[in-house]
Design a protein around this ligand. Sequence first.
Ligand SMILES: Cc1ncc(COP(=O)(O)O)c(C=O)c1O
Length: 401
Amino acid sequence: MTDANAQPLYDTFARADLRFERGEGVWLITEGGDRYLDFAAGIAVNSLGYSHPHLVETLKTQADKLWHLSNIYEIPGQKRLGQRLVDSTFADKVFFTNSGAEALECAIKTARRYHYVNGHPERFHIITFEGAFHGRTLATIAAGGQEKYLEGFGPKVSGFDQVPFGDEKALKAAIGPQTAAILIEPIQGEGGVRPVPDEDLRRLRKICDENGLLLILDEVQSGVGRTGKFFAYEWSGITPDIMAVAKGIGGGFPLGACLATAEAAKGMTAGVHGTTYGGNPLAMAVGNAVLDVILADGFFEHVQQIALFMKQGLASISDRYPEVVAEVRGRGLLMGIKSVVPNTALVQALRDEHLLTVGAGDNVVRLLPPLVVTEEEAREALSRIEAAAERLSVTARQMSA
Ligand SMILES: Cc1ncc(COP(=O)(O)O)c(C=O)c1O
């Protein structure tokens, strides 16, 4: 018997009833021609917005040459992109992947392998933090430690010890002879836009150094210009040993990377890790094109300037609508509105204003516009947020009357 509601896709996504056909800059346009201001950007992926001419041109040119080439050969653009990442970060070595979770898998394996080749195979435990999100593979759901993602998938992958966010005492107590590394997002994204204070990151670096642990940063969401620096760790002055990157680095093309110091990556020798598609010619071409734009003079200053403008505008909305907005948090263009009303209601009210945002934990609504957003577009977004807050506050007042 056929089910009238049957559809061919897994039911894993609760999709909005919106059908987009194309995009221009920070705008998404539906099949019917309705324009939406996109302050979700594919969840921090479309860093240069939609249809960026340099990315489109680069992808088309590479498509005429080579799409796929096995990593048993040298892949066009791969060394160049790797070198540019090395030149602009703490890292000496790069491994390319197709996604954030794969970049994390590589990071976890790199840390475990480091201790293994140092003669300590027992040191495979990684300390992570409550509220973290590191992806949906079996190892990364164990690292994230969230019950809602672990439930029903059999035994949790062992070797991940979770401590409360911001609890240094619990962190120190969790370090033992089996500990290999500490894994942390400099700003928890899915967890509710919760930044780790710079001084805490500096303390984490010190704790790692004192205990022979590797510091792994997950900059899948916070990296590639999102906070107004190339990577968020730069604000704190520390450097990690290993870092997972994805999302914005491909500007919408699936691309991730695991970066490491030569010392941390010393166990990752020929044959111990691999990938079929990671680092493919199309991804490398687009990744290099993204860096052409992001690493150009003035780009990060632009992000910082728009972020300040948004922060001031959001603070003013928060002051005027305390019954809707409890708090504004984040860094750069990774912004969170802690909502008083359910965050789903705020996301919907913003969508009704044709402004796209995305929910997060802790009843937060994330604002993650493409980094190329202009001040005029930011002003437009603020006026739509204000309109939504006004409508929600009228409803809130009526309900309490
Ligand atoms: C901080 C962080 N790490 C890892 C991931 C997983 O990335 P992907 O979905 O590309 O596997 C995400 C995705 O949202 C993320 O935000």
